[in-house]
Design a protein around this ligand. Structure first.
Ligand code: ADP
Length: 282
């Protein structure tokens, strides 16, 4: 630890003494280092697509000015790079919004079962495009949790999209399944009470154990090239972690190389007595 010790002579009840102040600045320095790393990462992530865009603009103004085929190809790349910047800015805004609200615990009555049905319906075409089927397991009619519906929707979206993106083993692109299971947890120690668990499981390559503790860090990717190729921003799981923390819930990541991965969130069950009698918004 980085400590500053200040000793000041004082008089206590007429007798000489000393006041000793120990200031530990390690926590502050660590926070400052994280902030600096984050700013550097954001700048780098934004500069990469921007450099590509500027390069193509120059080419279109110069050598490719009269080449229609090249222009179409370059415009398609520029659109992809622009979309990448847009997604990154969207995720940065989501992250900062969740961080700002982290102390305020959301207490709306939300039907998790309906949100799972919605997320699966929304992502079914993307999954089909990747040769995977989204399978819902044990989804009861209703599963009421205390939360923020938009943020829970984002968590489900990020986890299912990741399973579709990364849950593929080379040579097994067809006939894949991403299983979304909803189940009741009578007592979850971390929640100190009952909850509902959503498990998103894939049969992909799995993740090395050494990566697991760092997976929810901002911009942490196992394979940056693959993540970028699949349109990832490196912020999806950081957003999931913050949203789950805001809900005083639990996030579990389990994975085995060559077998697959399982991401589970457990959210507190909605207690009618603890709330103001709200009904589910969705
Ligand atoms: P990204 O935008 O890169 O997808 P995330 O924060 O969502 O960022 O995920 C971080 C990294 O975790 C990904 O780049 C990927 O390497 C890994 N990952 C996430 N989900 C899975 C999964 N279901 N299977 C294997 N790896 C995964």
């Amino acid at each position: 630890h980085n400590c500053v010790v200040t000793v000041t002579p004082v008089t206590i009840g007429g007798a000489p003494g000393a006041a000793v102040v120990i200031e530990d600045s390690s926590g502050l320095e660590h926070a400052e280092r994280l902030r600096r790393d984050f700013v550097a990462n954001v700048s780098h992530e934004l500069r990469t697509p921007l450099t590509a865009l500027m390069g193509f603009i120059e080419t279109l103004q110069g050598p490719a000015r009269n080449d229609a085929a090249a222009r179409d190809r370059f415009l398609a790349i520029m659109q992809r790079e622009g979309n990448r910047m847009n997604r990154l800015i969207g995720d940065l805004l989501s992250l900062s919004r969740v961080e700002q609200e982290e102390r305020r615990r959301p207490s709306e009555c939300v039907d998790l079962a309906a949100l799972i049905r919605l997320a699966c319906a929304t992502l079914a075409p993307t999954a089909r495009g990747a040769g995977a089927a989204l399978v819902r397991i044990g989804t009861p009619e209703r599963a009421e949790v205390a939360g923020d519906p938009d943020q829970i929707q984002q968590v489900l979206h990020n986890l299912i999209e990741n399973a579709v993106k990364y849950g593929v083993r080379p040579g097994a692109e067809e006939g894949r399944e991403v299983r979304v299971t909803l189940s009741h947890v009578p007592h979850e120690p971390v929640l100190r009470g009952p909850g509902w668990a959503v498990e998103v499981a894939d049969d992909g390559e799995g993740i090395e154990e050494t990566h697991l503790p760092r997976l929810t860090e901002r911009f942490y990717r196992i394979d940056s090239h693959r993540s970028r190729e699949k349109g990832g921003t490196g912020l999806g799981l950081a957003i999931v972690k913050h949203i789950v923390a805001r809900h005083r819930g639990r996030l579990k990541i389990e994975s085995e190389r060559g077998v697959g991965s399982r991401f589970t969130i457990i959210l507190p069950e909605w207690q009618a007595s603890a709330s103001r009698g709200d009904r589910p918004r969705r």
